[in-house]
Design a protein around this ligand. Structure first.
Ligand SMILES: [Zn+2]
Length: 345
């Protein structure tokens, strides 16, 4: 088998590594929130050869006749690794896999759950279709070898922007697709009966938030809305579980960052000059500090684009509403009546 695999991979740019040379996958830390919601916590790291690309939080939800898995990890192998952990928790088959967004470390494990229905936002499916191959290449680069069996499998069923209340395997779930925040295709899950919110990378704890595909002003608005919900435990995409004060702190950090970039732009400073004016010490201490430069770049471009929109709209004589701004998010789902649209799986 290994010889066949090696033969297939001959000539590819990345080395074929014998199985006994591949580092063992780190075990997830299993954190039960209650008797049916389990967080499978990955290492708080970036993807590297030691963790084999496994560094994401997944959530297992036990339903009536099957289980739901949110974010099956960054490769087919990681998905199988998580499947092994799940077998130690439940004999229920995973019938639904949900992807919070189209970053490969979260969804490339879809392939390991053959037969499960894959769900995501509409925009996420499009990103998986268009950029999946780039993510496979990035993950292979990060772990230093080819990732056998890993394919970018898009969702079979998608949610539009806004709020959809539904029930899967008897578990009430509110699917909330906010205006693009961490990515254009973010999907947040709210479990009103469990008071749990699963945020993907809109929430991170102990790592620098990654803005490179994001929209900073929307992101801050989404964090505002999140805090109005009846939630005990917030599950971030990376790092330990969070509570309301942690969400508030992340919101404050992003708002301060946004205000700093905007102030610099208004003074006519260049991106490099703005970076020198920002206090980034908090992020510099965290995992993934290498994304800080890209975050400054993306925030600068967003502020620049908004400024351009102001000018264009001013010239066109369009009255621009500046105070108060229109709400960036849909109304929060009500815990007692969560749905605008009811669907049953
Ligand atoms: Zn992400």
């Amino acid at each position: 088998m290994m010889r066949w695999l090696a033969a297939c991979l001959v000539g590819l740019a990345l080395p074929v590594v014998a199985a006994d040379e591949v580092a063992a996958f780190p075990s997830p830390r299993v954190v039960p929130i209650n008797d049916r919601v389990y967080v499978l916590m990955g290492p708080v790291q970036h993807a590297n050869p030691r963790n084999q690309g496994y560094m994401v939080n997944s959530v297992l939800i036990l339903g009536e006749r099957g289980a739901i898995l949110v974010d099956p990890g960054g490769s087919d192998e990681v998905g199988w690794h998580l499947a092994g952990t799940i077998l130690g928790i439940t004999s229920l088959r995973v019938t639904h896999v949900i992807n919070t967004h189209a970053h490969g470390d979260h969804y490339l494990g879809n392939t390991a759950f053959f037969g499960a229905r894959i769900l995501s936002s509409e925009a996420c499916r499009k990103e998986v279709q268009e950029r999946g191959h780039e993510w496979i290449a990035m993950m292979e680069e990060a772990v230093g070898r080819k990732l056998p069996g890993t394919r970018a499998v898009p969702a079979a069923e998608v949610f539009p922007r806004g709020i959809t209340g539904t029930s899967i395997q008897g578990v009430r779930i509110v699917f909330w697709v906010p205006p693009g925040s961490h990515t254009d295709g973010d999907l947040i899950l709210y479990l009103p009966d469990d008071k749990v919110l699963i945020a993907g990378d809109i929430l991170v704890n102990g790592v620098v938030p990654t803005l490179q595909d994001g929209f900073l002003r929307n992101w801050i608005g989404t964090l505002d809305t999140m805090q109005t919900l009846d939630v005990d435990r917030f599950v971030p995409g990376h790092g330990p579980l969070m509570r309301v004060p942690d969400v508030r702190a992340l919101r404050a950090t992003l708002a301060k960052f946004h205000a700093g970039v905007e102030a610099g732009f208004k003074k006519g400073l260049s991106e490099a000059e703005i970076r020198k004016t920002l206090d980034l010490t908090e992020w510099e201490k965290l995992e993934r500090a290498y994304v800080i430069g890209r975050n400054v770049n993306r925030a600068y471009l967003e502020v620049e684009r908004e400024s351009f929109d102001d000018v264009v709209e001013g010239r066109a004589g369009i009255k621009r509403e500046v105070s108060p701004p229109s709400p960036p998010n849909p109304s929060p789902p009500s815990p007692t009546s969560p749905s605008r649209t009811e669907r049953t799986h």
